[in-house]
Design a protein around this ligand. Sequence first.
Ligand SMILES: NC(=O)c1ccc[n+]([C@@H]2O[C@H](COP(=O)([O-])OP(=O)(O)OC[C@H]3O[C@@H](n4cnc5c(N)ncnc54)[C@H](OP(=O)(O)O)[C@@H]3O)[C@@H](O)[C@H]2O)c1
Length: 310
Amino acid sequence: MTEISSETRFLHAVEMGLGAWQWGDRLVWQYGQGYGDEEVHKAFLASVNEGIRFIDTAEVYGSGRSERLLGEFLKKTDQPILVATKYFPFPWRFSKKTLTRALRGSLERIGVESVDLYQIHWASLTMSTDLLMEGLVECVKSGMTRTVGVSNFGPTRMLAAYSALTRHNIPLASNQVHYSLLSRGAEKKGILARCKELGIRMIAYSPLEQGLLTGKYDANRHPTGTRGGHYAKLLPKIQPLIKLMTEIGQDHGGKSNTQVALNWVICKGALPIPGAKNEIQAQQNAGALGWKLTDDEVAKLDEASDLIME
Ligand SMILES: NC(=O)c1ccc[n+]([C@@H]2O[C@H](COP(=O)([O-])OP(=O)(O)OC[C@H]3O[C@@H](n4cnc5c(N)ncnc54)[C@H](OP(=O)(O)O)[C@@H]3O)[C@@H](O)[C@H]2O)c1
């Protein structure tokens, strides 16, 4: 296990964050239908009130609206908030200058002088990993971000990013990947183990499998929007896992499926960033903190998830 560098240690101390993709996104999350600016502000306030201090956004979320809303919300709180945003590798971006330029745009929208974590959203079709890392190095050197990370990088590409940054004496702070009880690829492909070994924080996105692990959706009740089609085949199979989660939650004084799903991610050593559309969801998600599943319960949940994903 590599020692965690002093620059990135703060990220390892964060147990859970809040995802802000929901803030302005219409295509997947139907922003404006049933929830809007006021509801997501309340979700932000409830999270902060519950001790959540890490917010994950991206320049592409709601075409910049998520970052703008975050900026507004930051002005209205006196709590220190850690901000993470992302660079999107559009195919027309092919020079390292596009990273500093994009980050400047994000900082303007958020209304801050620097962020705590700047991540490459996906691998690029037009830029090599080395070139992307050179751009991230510039972002750190310019003082516009405290640390840098990647997202959706497999084990080989992650290692290449880690090595490229190390040559500049900059640690790779994080790899943000899809990880939940219904998406264990990051664990099975060895990304989680490699992250732990190298002192990289693995950030788990879609930790509730976009709402499926809350138990409110099933074969007859599909989520709205693109999620309905995307999960049509998986939904009829998840009931045994949901039932087990409910039983385990009851053994912990009535924890909800949502709280069990997030606690499982934490027990695995990753940092979940659940999205929340409103105050109630944010409050419930925060209830994943302050208690722990036993090793035996984690093993049982692993087994139930394996049976579905086989
Ligand atoms: N790096 C990447 O490529 C990438 C990709 C995806 C996400 N992310 C990040 O990860 C964050 C989280 O992932 P995600 O938003 O895809 O999925 P998620 O956190 O697994 O699910 C969020 C959704 O679940 C439902 N929900 C949340 N809390 C709930 C509760 N307590 N009770 C009932 N329902 C609840 C809500 O949708 P409904 O109420 O509509 O069901 C909410 O929008 C994003 O906000 C974003 O910051 C990153």
